[in-house]
Design a protein around this ligand. Sequence first.
Ligand SMILES: *Cc1c(COP(=O)(O)O)cnc(C)c1O
Length: 395
Amino acid sequence: MSNLQAVENQKLQQESSPVVRTSKRQRDYQQIALYKDVNPLDWEDWHWQIKNRICTKDVLTQVITLTPDEEKGIDKAKGRLSMSITPYWGTLLDPEDAGCPLRRQAVPVIQESIIAPHEMTDPCAEDRDSPAPHLVHRYPDRVLLLATEHCAMYCRHCTRRRLVGDHETKDANSPSRFDAAIEYIKSDRKIRDVLISGGDPLILEDEEIESLLQKIRAISHVEFLRLGTRVPVTLPQRITEKLVNMLKKYSPLWVSIHFNHPKEITKRCKIACDMLAEAGIPLGSQSVLLKGINDRPYIMKKLVHELLQIRVRPYYIYQCDPVRGTQHFRTPVAVGINIMEKLRGHTSGYAVPTYVIDGPGGGGKIPVGPNYILSQAKGKYVLRNYKGKIYTYLE
Ligand SMILES: *Cc1c(COP(=O)(O)O)cnc(C)c1O
């Protein structure tokens, strides 16, 4: 696709750095006939990307060759967590391989309608811990604000599939919809950290995001703001100069980005992350451990290494929550522990995220990983290092 290439070249040339790191891959996207006549300015317009999302089988068949499991999955995925794929993400899909890690995250399959006995609608019991609409208060000093029920793309492993999707929202866009949540945050002086997530808060218009940030920043005991988003990965065009300049004003504001696979780190995604980092916004990544997608240590290692190169600090790896219809994505916990074993000590500490299980029923994030304490007696710890060598530490 020459239009995307043209925009990339232009952006890359604008970078002042004399060292231009070139990707080993010639191109990190497919050329698709459907998009060959799209004006590069339209392609770069995030509203165009949203308007032209792939939501039907008819359009998707012009992008990839569908398998019977996918065709049946798309038919079933109506309403909540409907299929919705940005044209940008569409160009990253392998047209022939249904096992493509990006394709599996975006295209529904019939396995989603298999509900395992232990799977739940709201596995983390967020609705129970909600003191005001759109707010989850689980930990003493921080809250989670669900700013929207929409995303650029709907991930098939979504843990909030009970809320999220391409449906009409009753109070969508009503500026008063967060009033009760804001009042609640104001009333509890212990809340020093507000995490704005959703859905994807960066799917809202700049003005809506700013109005929300303003209201929260006006609360004197809130020290720290964070945004949880996937748009730098699914819709990097959303990260505009205007957005970045607005976000900059609300510092300290940290951004956590949902990354699952090294193939997601395209040249275009790098430009988006670079713009955020250049604005002084610290970036973290959160990944969900997904069977056949990122459950091999070498893939996770490649992902965390590439993240550090774009100034994104790996923050969490989540065990895939037992949410209804996700059994085909879930790995044994041992798989995650083994990935941590292969990272810690073997690579930069900055590249090592924390592997967590969100305690089903509302326990919050519980870290799990290899055990390095072999025994512990009075004043004496017997430890092993990453190579398995044993050391004694006397207190
Ligand atoms: C993940 C989460 C947070 C933030 O947790 P951190 O470990 O501080 O990143 C806050 N509230 C809820 C309900 C969460 O699920």
